[in-house]
Design a protein around this ligand. Structure first.
Ligand code: DAH
Length: 349
């Protein structure tokens, strides 16, 4: 770039040289570096422009205009190159961010409802087919709904049947994560006068250490029938009808005496072991039966808690695990997989 202050031909050389060097830049950083070399304070051009001060007025104007024209041209070349390099950089960014959707080609795997949700839907369908309504209640409950109204006054020993998670809300130990769906029975009886034929599915919580047969958040489905003249036989028949409808005609139910504070008498109901078909295997401890849930005739104290006359109304209730049903019907050895959401498993079930 010698002779920058010289004549027109020198200017042309200067511009041509700048053009070639600008065209050779490969990145925006290169270009910025070159730009200050060509046009910055220490550039040949700037030095030449500064040196004009010594010239006569006439010569100063003439050379000054020429050098300014050179500067303008180089600036334009640089701007053009910058726009181009920016476009390249943008295209590179887009290419890097691009999602590879080629996996989706062919027949895509569409996904489906989770097994627990499907089981819940199927159970609801079975009961709706038997004339039951479906109701829901909150997962955060007061002690009154979860225990007291279910015939468990404060300090009642049966409260120990549930490992309860308390919430740090209000007075200590007054608000819980519901340990079962039974409190929804209370809410339903408060909301609707009998006759009541309803199932109440939903999530429950217990302070349990997870293992193959227990998970601390699980799902239950509660059943409640309140009407005139309801008997234990109605309950046994309802449970048997549900069992064959859901598990198939080879699976039956039986009742064994048990205790729950909210029912009297109470029972546990068992169904034919789905693994061995009743012959006896390890899963059912060689009994041929697997326990599914609890049931019984609604205790008069529970009817009293919601202001129903037990001379006029009677009923039965039951409750069992939805996850347990899914586990049995699909022969899932470990319940924890229902919470882990491993896609490889979800695809199979
Ligand atoms: N709530 C009980 C539990 O979580 C299950 C149960 C037993 C529900 C008897 C009922 C019942 O409605 O009558 O273990």
């Amino acid at each position: 770039m010698s002779g920058a202050t010289g004549d027109d031909s020198n200017d042309a050389v200067l511009v041509a040289e700048a053009t070639a060097r600008v065209a050779g830049t490969a990145s925006l950083d290169d270009l910025s570096a070159l730009e200050s070399e060509l046009l910055g304070k220490k550039s040949t051009l700037a030095v030449a422009q500064r040196s004009l001060a010594a010239l006569s007025l006439e010569a100063k104007r003439e050379a000054g205009q020429r050098l300014q024209a050179v500067r303008k041209q180089i600036e334009a070349i640089v701007a053009e190159r910058r726009a181009m390099l920016e476009e390249v950089a943008r295209a590179e960014r887009l290419a890097a961010d691009r999602l590879d959707l080629t996996e989706v080609r062919g027949v895509p795997w569409r996904g489906h409802l989770h097994l627990v949700q499907r089981t819940r839907d199927e159970l609801e369908d079975v009961f709706v087919g038997m004339g039951f309504a479906v109701a829901e209640g909150p997962e955060v409950e007061t002690d009154w709904y979860n225990f007291e109204a279910l015939n468990m006054p404060p300090a009642h020993p049966a409260r120990g049947m549930w490992d309860t998670l308390y919430l740090d809300l209000g007075e200590p130990e007054t608000v819980v994560l519901r340990t079962h769906t039974s409190p929804v029975q209370i809410r339903l009886m408060q909301a609707k006068f009998p006759p009541i034929y309803a199932v109440m599915p939903g999530r429950c919580y217990r302070r349990d250490t997870p293992d193959a047969r227990h998970i601390p958040t699980f799902n239950q489905i509660e059943g409640l029938v309140i009407d005139r003249g309801i008997s234990f036989a109605d309950m046994a028949g309802t449970i048997e009808a549900f069992t064959t409808a859901y598990f198939g005609p080879d699976i039956h139910s039986r009742l064994r005496p048990s205790y729950f504070p909210f029912t009297e008498p109470s029972a546990e109901f068992e169904v034919t072991c789905t693994i061995c078909g009743g012959d006896g295997c390890r899963t059912c401890s060689h009994t041929g039966w697997i326990e599914l849930g609890g049931c019984g005739m609604v205790d008069p104290a529970v009817l009293a808690a919601v202001g129903l006359d037990d001379e006029m109304w009677s009923g039965f209730a039951f409750g069992f695990g939805i996850d347990r049903c899914a586990q049995m019907r699909h022969e899932i050895p470990d319940m924890r997989v229902l919470l882990e959401n491993d896609v490889r498993l979800l695809r199979q079930i």
